[in-house]
Design a protein around this ligand. Structure first.
Ligand SMILES: *[C@@H]1O[C@H](CO)[C@@H](O)[C@H](O)[C@H]1NC(C)=O
Ligand SMILES: *[C@@H]1O[C@H](CO)[C@@H](O)[C@H](O)[C@H]1NC(C)=O
Ligand SMILES: *[C@@H]1O[C@H](CO)[C@@H](O)[C@H](O)[C@H]1NC(C)=O
Ligand SMILES: *[C@@H]1O[C@H](CO)[C@@H](O)[C@H](O)[C@H]1NC(C)=O
Ligand SMILES: *[C@@H]1O[C@H](CO)[C@@H](O)[C@H](O)[C@H]1NC(C)=O
Ligand SMILES: *[C@@H]1O[C@H](CO)[C@@H](O)[C@H](O)[C@H]1NC(C)=O
Ligand SMILES: *[C@@H]1O[C@H](CO)[C@@H](O)[C@H](O)[C@H]1NC(C)=O
Ligand SMILES: *[C@@H]1O[C@H](CO)[C@@H](O)[C@H](O)[C@H]1NC(C)=O
Length: 655
């Protein structure tokens, strides 16, 4: 990190916005501390992604949140003022830093990470599909190469003096696109990629190969990542401004127009500001949308509510996670974050373009220990996501860094730990899963913020096909005594409550915990226990409503979240609660102190007995006739069993 950059960023902090986003997601680097676990396991390196800090929950608010409140909701969406645009279950997606693709997606097109597929499949099953952005700081200096060591699709440049952000330039081969395409053939994932924007000697291979190999599974191409920080990062001269970006964007449009290998000319995404040095309005005022409307498919922003840059880089002010924690645990968190972008979401709607939060998470520069992977962060992300949806964003991507960040929705084990450990999910993964159920797969869900019980207990109503379908209820208070549990009385205006409602709860013992989180009774497992499948019995609570008074009373624990289903929905039919899984087969390697017995995993994923029987055995050698293992990787053989359509496929994975 150059001192000059430190200072320019420090100035940005001071000058532009109290809630500044700072560039600089953490690259893969070194461990921060080392601890020894039980005798059976080798020394475990406690990288930030596995940090064990537990903060103290904030004190209860004074005055306390009223325990009882009423939501009187019109039956018909036509009678609701300010209902959002229709939202998809895939509203929340993931933004995966290019430099960690190999860790998260897989090494190459024939070595795909099975837990990743399972994690994505959970969302597909609820939302019909999902969207992933491959990019971040590392996209800017990405270089196409013919081959990389060890058949990898993505690698890192060893030393990189060009790039002063500490993020190493990534090198990728054509196989990266086959990797993504092969993933899309297993799970319905569509991709956003980024065109390197570090100079105007355009390197357009990502656009060319992306369009050629991904076809319709390529949704868009980002042109510039946080250009308002280019000057601060010494990628451009200090005077670089929004008009310079406008000019470079225009040069790219011309380069693409003249390139026969990029047949689809109209899928660019911009301006993807960090909202640090420039506002979106500054870019709109250049005439950006008018000039490039025909080339643009999406308007975008990237923003984090906070930063931990002091701890990581000595930048800005020191922040104490314990002090910051309360700022995440109420409805103002999401509302304040979204407020500066309401004008732009309206403008986007007027010009008929989606407006997407392309990169976000709890805090830039890696997140905070104790906050970013806590149950509280899960509630925060859920509330923030629903606020963005209610504010007419069309999507939001939670950022995934490497093992050196605290905020990952999911983290693969460090390669030198993979013989005795498995994947880890952060609480914010559950937020994505839950948002998929909030909107479902119909593409007709509209949401509105109906909060009327203070900032610690926000609520939303969701209309599907124009009719009231679901209610989302939060309780940010932390009180194990039960004294701060709340009860919402839901009544239907111009209609009747159903005889019963079904309720799914997102639960954790306190806002501080990182373990034993459940969604409708099921969990993905604690640190190093995740194979991507939900485990445990599905627990959907049925609540009888009172028809004479037209009310349903729904309790929500402190802390907690409830999704109330007023109509029948695939999400409350237990039979469909996990149609597609990619099962891990027997592990043949000899070193083995796995945290979770693969046999247990295979039978504890929350399916009905019939579905379990369909999955067949997970032991190598007893694979049922319906399941075939196409690729067996020495050391760890893996097969995929795609259930539901009885289609079966297999791919090898890296372990
Ligand atoms: C979202 O868009 C709808 C439809 O245009 C509008 O009625 C509503 O007020 C918007 N919501 C916000 C928060 O801007
Ligand atoms: C842009 O990135 C490429 C690849 O890393 C590098 O070769 C080139 O010198 C960079 N350009 C500038 C202006 O830094
Ligand atoms: C992926 O890597 C493995 C070695 O780890 C190699 O055997 C295989 O051929 C590679 N696949 C591709 C498509 O390069
Ligand atoms: C998967 O990757 C291989 C290259 O390793 C490629 O030949 C094949 O076409 C890919 N399959 C799909 C569905 O993209
Ligand atoms: C919204 O953005 C437009 C275009 O930049 C600007 O002219 C207008 O003043 C903005 N409105 C508000 C309320 O910020
Ligand atoms: C894993 O890698 C880290 C960083 O390279 C190293 O410090 C640690 O000792 C390794 N652990 C094991 C168990 O090999
Ligand atoms: C929802 O929209 C997606 C993306 O546009 C589309 O692929 C899917 O088929 C739609 N689903 C329904 C039920 O219309
Ligand atoms: C998680 O739940 C299990 C089973 O209920 C229990 O044995 C364990 O102590 C819990 N762990 C934590 C850290 O709360």
């Amino acid at each position: 990190m150059l001192l000059r950059e430190v200072w320019s960023l420090t100035l940005l902090f001071a000058a532009v916005n109290a809630r500044v986003t700072v560039y600089g997601q953490i690259p893969q680097a070194h461990a921060t501390s080392v601890s020894t676990t039980n005798a059976a396991a080798p020394t475990r390196v406690l990288l930030p992604a596995y940090d064990e800090t537990i903060l103290t929950p904030p004190p209860l608010p004074d005055p306390p949140t009223p325990k009882l409140f009423t939501l009187n909701l019109p039956a018909n969406g036509e009678n609701v003022n300010g209902l959002s645009i229709p939202q998809q279950g895939s509203f929340f997606g993931f933004s995966i830093e290019m430099s960690v693709i190999n860790q998260v997606l897989g090494k190459n097109s024939t070595h795909i990470q099975v837990p990743f597929l399972n994690l994505m499949s959970n969302i597909q099953q609820r939302a019909g599909g999902l969207e992933i952005r491959l990019g971040g700081n590392t996209q800017e200096f990405a270089v196409h190469v013919e081959t990389l060591e060890n058949h990898a699709a993505v690698g890192k440049e060893k030393s990189n003096l060009q790039n002063p952000t500490l993020t190493p330039a990534v090198m990728y081969t054509t196989d990266l696109f086959y990797l993504a395409s092969n993933i899309s053939s297993l799970v319905n994932i569509q991709w956003y990629l980024g065109i390197p924007f570090n100079d105007t000697n355009w390197r357009l291979q990502i656009a060319e190969l992306g369009q050629e190999i991904l076809g319709d599974n390529l949704l868009g191409l980002q042109a510039g990542n946080e250009p308002d920080l280019y000057a601060a990062h010494n990628h451009r001269p200090p005077e670089y401004n929004e008009f310079d970006y406008f000019g470079e964007f225009g040069e790219l449009v011309v380069a693409i127009a003249n390139n026969d290998k990029i047949p689809r000319k109209n899928m660019l995404i911009g301006p993807s500001l960090a909202h640090a040095a420039w506002t979106l309005e500054q870019v709109w005022n250049t005439g950006f949308i008018e000039a490039y409307g025909d080339s643009l498919s999406v308007l975008s922003i990237e923003n984090y509510p906070n930063n931990n840059c002091f701890a990581q880089f000595g930048l800005g002010a020191a922040k104490d996670p314990q002090t910051e924690f309360p700022s995440y645990l109420n409805h103002d968190a999401g509302r304040n974050l979204v407020a500066p972008f309401l004008n732009s979401s309206r403008i986007a709607q007027e010009v008929g373009k989606p407006f997407i939060m392309f990169e976000t998470n709890t805090a830039s520069c890696g997140g905070f220990p104790g906050i970013s992977d806590s149950f509280g962060a899960g509630l925060w992300a859920l509330d923030y996501g629903l606020t963005m949806a209610a504010s007419n964003f069309s999507g939001a991507m939670l950022h995934v860094g490497g093992q050196n960040v605290y905020y990952n929705p999911f983290t693969s084990p460090p390669t030198n730990m993979s013989t005795f450990s498995d994947w880890t999910v952060g609480a914010v993964y559950y937020s994505v899963l839950i948002v998929a159920e909030v909107f479902g797969a119909s593409n007709t869900s509209q949401i509105i913020d109906v909060s009327n019980n203070g900032i610690f207990a926000p609520s939303y109503a969701i209309y599907e096909n124009g009719a009231l379908a679901r209610v989302a209820l939060f309780n940010f208070n932390d009180d194990a005594s039960g004294n701060s549990d709340i009860t919402a009385t839901v009544t239907v205006d111009g209609g009747a409550v159903p005889p019963q409602v079904k309720v799914k709860y997102f639960s954790g013992d306190s806002v501080s915990v990182k373990t034993n989180l459940t969604w409708a009774g099921q969990t993905l497992g604690n640190k190093f226990q995740v194979d991507g499948r939900m485990k445990g019995e599905l627990d959907i609570v049925t609540i009888d409503c009172d028809l004479p008074s037209n009310t349903c009373q729904v309790p929500v624990k402190a802390p907690g979240f409830a999704l109330v289903f007023l109509t029948d929905s695939p999400a409350v039919q237990s039979e469909s609660s996990g149609a597609v899984t990619f099962a891990t087969s027997a592990q043949t390697r000899t070193i083995n102190t796995a945290t979770v017995d693969p046999e247990v995993l295979a039978t504890s994923n929350g399916k009905s007995g019939r579905e379990r029987a369909l999955m067949g055995s997970t032991s190598k050698g007893s694979v049922s006739g319906a399941v075939s293992a196409l690729t067996l990787v020495p050391g760890a053989s893996i097969f995929f069993a795609i259930l539901g359509g009885a289609a079966l496929a297999a791919v090898g994975i890296v372990r």
